[in-house]
Write a protein that binds this ligand. Structure first.
Ligand code: ADP
Ligand code: MG
Length: 251
């Protein structure tokens, strides 16, 4: 049969910040519904890679393809329209809104963002309400749904961000360090949510310092070190890769 076109293909991506080569000739692909971890030490270029894929950062060289088509301009709105959702390393909630309304904003799509006045008419839409309820349930947030986002725990906040990113049914979500700051209480519900996303067949690119957690969920992992691709493989290959072990243990 015909070879399946990857959902996303990163081709020879380079990003230079002045004298610093943050990414250098990075290439890999993510298939439909595939769960791929991006691991590597601090400064390896993981967040920069996410910024390139999501259209926030223009690469100095190379290109990103969605469904085999290059994204000609680095524009987050165009990338989002192709079905890519994301969270940020530092959470960006709207603290004064309830958890439910934050998730509603995600479910309303990018058209709604920043247009709070349009929340009211949209919120009467029954299908949208059901979808928001389902997302809250999926993320284990039903009990805190009516609390202001500024008052919930760091773990709940991270899952709220993910629920928001899932809101308009992306085909790929980019999750940048979702376990950062969640504490030991937050890890189990987060791992459960990530597992459920995986079951739904949404492709995931996950950056996570809890490498054990990341690999336990992943089909494959991409390892970056100082902007370069150190290894790509399934979790067992990555765990046994000497170059990966060396990069993590330091030089
Ligand atoms: P990671 O997420 O793997 O920790 P980053 O992608 O955030 O790494 O950063 C990779 C390198 O690029 C780091 O050395 C960082 O300081 C640098 N960097 C990231 N963003 C910028 C920027 N906007 N301007 C200059 N340097 C940057
Ligand atoms: Mg980072």
């Amino acid at each position: 049969g015909r070879r399946e076109v990857p959902l996303v293909e990163v081709r020879g991506i380079g990003v230079r910040f002045g004298g610093l080569q943050a990414l250098d000739e990075v290439s890999f692909a993510v298939g439909q519904g595939e769960f791929v971890s991006v691991i590597g030490p601090n400064g390896a270029g993981k967040s920069t890679l996410f910024n390139v894929i999501s259209g926030v950062q223009r690469p100095t060289s190379g290109e990103v393809l969605f469904d085999g088509e290059p994204v000609r301009r680095s524009r987050p709105d165009l990338v989002h329209a192709r079905g890519v959702g994301r969270t940020f390393q530092v959470a960006r909630p709207i603290g004064s809104l309830t958890v439910r309304d934050n998730v509603l904003l995600g479910a309303g799509g990018h058209r709604l963002r920043g247009v709070l006045s349009s929340l009211r008419p949209r919120s009467r839409d029954r299908a949208l309400q059901l979808r928001v309820d389902e997302l809250l349930e999926l993320a284990g947030l039903t009990a805190v749904a009516h609390r202001p986002a500024s008052e919930i725990s760091p773990g709940d906040l991270r899952r709220m961000e993910i629920a928001r990113a899932l809101g308009d049914e992306p085909r790929l979500v980019l999750l940048d360090e979702p376990a950062a700051g969640v504490g030991s209480d937050g890890l189990t519900p987060l791992a459960e949510l990530l597992g459920r996303i995986r079951e739904r067949g949404v492709a995931v690119l996950l950056v996570e310092h809890y490498v054990g957690l990341a690999l336990s969920l992943s089909d494959r992992a991409v390892v970056l070190n100082r902007g370069r691709l150190l290894a790509v493989g399934d979790p067992d290959e990555i765990r046994g890769n000497q170059a990966v072990i060396d990069a993590y243990l330091g030089t």
